[in-house]
Design a protein around this ligand. Structure first.
Ligand code: NAD
Length: 480
């Protein structure tokens, strides 16, 4: 069993590559440096892209069954080292170790499932004189850019479909959480042809170098909408194909007929899972006025039982915010709420500590135009908002530049489905939330994204349609 405490190196062309300088990786629970990650130079990035390019012709020609086996191998390797991955994950990301293990096993499940996906061939015409079919061929070299909130799962969302469909890939993890992905690449070196899967970590320039690289054919990016706009701009130079999974400001709508006792815990974790650092976390919770006080009371009671602390400690339910930049943003949002005279139902006092700990904070019915409602907090801060009428709450939920997801909580599922169809988001859940599976297309409307991940639609984003059309009789063709 690998212990994961050695050096961290890039994986380029199937080899371990060191860099002249390194970046510090910090444990968000202590503020201490836990490791140094390689700082990829532009020359080394060129080498990674060149290796992926060289590997592409043979990889696209590799029989699909062998590519399936390679993708399934990721699942095997992740599962075999799940405990070591989980511990390293907690050290760099902050999440409690049991929940970190869930992400590692989730990533393994993803690879296993994607390895069985079909790449469709569509027959457009099959008449006496002609056959026309559309196949889906790989695009070439993919650049994959991953954020720090789900550094493994969101990475394999790109790696598995890209490799299955015959592309090669260069993955860039976030500089805040590069370690688990660097280790995965190290463990996969012996299982893949050189150059098929490259992983590079580095500082702030590395992402822009990758998205502007003239020999990258597609970028699959997950991160904030602000960065997504820059990625789109930089990808324009050679008209790269793009998938952008971006930010959200998801609304939950809690109807007056809910059983408050039953839903309180689910509502709580919808907002505070991963310390609120989930793109599809509930970031605005609209509660009908008839049950507002009961829901507020139940959430506060639950919040008081939740233990915030170091993810390596037994009994920790919620870890720190992942990095200093994000910690300062969330703290600023709380200070703004306080300065605006808003009332906290719970939390609001950020402790002085070495780690980036923010307590569960719930703001009591703030005005719709306040920052805590309008901005994506991406931390454990939730505005609880009161509503009166369905039309009103639908309008408020939709009044956002984001359109990632949302949820409706009601005993009347038919009515909830009707409300769901009026929300301008890529996904709406009813009486549950954040249910995402490899077979379900996921993507944002409006400024929450471009394109889709997962499902057959997500798989096809790593392909280009190629139509092959032929006359069945050459003689007939010559006559026409
Ligand atoms: P970010 O946009 O700051 O960074 C994301 C990644 O892009 C990192 O690897 C970063 O190094 C890289 N990057 C930064 N600037 C770049 C540039 N100019 N060009 C290319 N790459 C660049 O986002 P973050 O803070 O790491 O993640 C949080 C955001 O991600 C939130 O807005 C969240 O909602 C969003 N997110 C979306 C999804 C989704 O599936 N829609 C999932 C998770 C997170």
């Amino acid at each position: 069993m690998t212990r994961f405490d050695g050096d961290f190196t890039l994986t380029i062309d199937g080899r371990s590559v060191t860099t002249p300088t390194a970046i510090d990786v910090i444990n968000p629970a202590t503020g201490q440096v836990i490791a140094q990650a390689p700082d990829c130079t532009s020359v080394l990035l060129d080498e990674a892209v060149a290796a992926a390019r060289r590997a592409f012709p043979a990889w696209r020609a590799t029989p699909l069954e062998q590519r399936r086996a390679a993708v399934a191998k990721f699942a095997e390797v992740l599962a075999a080292h799940a405990q070591d991955f989980a511990r390293l994950f907690t050290l760099e990301q902050g999440r409690p170790v049991a929940k970190a293990a869930q992400e590692i096993m989730g990533a393994a499940f993803w690879c296993q499932t994607v390895s069985q996906q079909e790449i469709p061939v569509v027959v457009n015409e099959d008449s006496a004189e002609r056959r026309s079919e559309t196949r889906h061929v790989p695009i070439g070299v993919v650049g994959g850019i991953v954020p720090w909130n789900f550094p493994m799962l969101l990475g394999v969302w790109k790696i598995a479909p890209a490799l299955l469909t015959g592309n090669t890939i260069v993955i860039k993890p976030s500089p805040f959480t590069p370690l688990t992905m660097l280790k995965l690449a190290e463990l996969m070196r012996e299982h893949l042809p050189a150059g098929v899967f490259n992983v590079v970590s580095g500082g702030d320039q590395l992402g822009p170098w990758l998205t502007a690289h003239p020999d990258v054919d597609k970028v699959s990016f997950t991160g904030s909408s602000a960065t997504g706009r820059r990625v789109m701009e930089s990808a324009a130079a050679n008209l790269k194909r793009l998938t952008l999974e971006l930010g959200g400001n998801d609304a939950a709508i809690v109807m007056p007929d809910v059983n408050v006792e039953e839903v309180a815990e689910k509502l709580f974790w919808a907002a505070f899972g991963n310390s609120g650092q989930i793109c599809i976390a509930t970031k605005r919770m609209y509660v009908h006025k008839d049950v507002y006080d009961a829901v507020a009371h139940a959430l506060v009671e639950y919040a008081r039982k939740v233990k915030v602390g170091d993810g390596l400690d037994q009994g920790t339910d919620m870890g720190p915010v992942q990095n200093k930049v994000q910690f300062d943003r969330v703290k600023n949002l709380i200070e703004d709420a306080r300065a605006s005279g808003l009332n906290f139902l719970v939390g609001g006092d950020v402790p002085q500590a070495d780690g980036y700990f923010v307590p569960v904070t719930i703001v009591d019915n703030p005005p719709e135009n306040s920052r805590v409602v309008q901005e994506e907090a991406f931390g454990p801060v939730l505005p609880l908002l009161k509503f009166d009428e369905v039309d009103e709450v639908v309008a408020r939920a939709n009044a956002s530049e984001y359109g990632l997801a949302g949820s409706i909580w009601s005993a009347d599922v038919d009515k909830a489905v009707e409300i769901a169809s009026r929300l301008e988001t890529g996904t709406v859940w009813i009486n549950e939330t954040q249910y995402i599976m490899p077979w379900t297309p996921f993507g944002g409307h409006k400024q929450s994204g471009v394109g889709i991940e997962n499902g057959s639609e997500g798989l096809l984003e790593y392909t280009l349609p190629q139509t092959i059309s032929f006359r069945k009789s050459v003689a007939a063709s010559a006559e026409s």
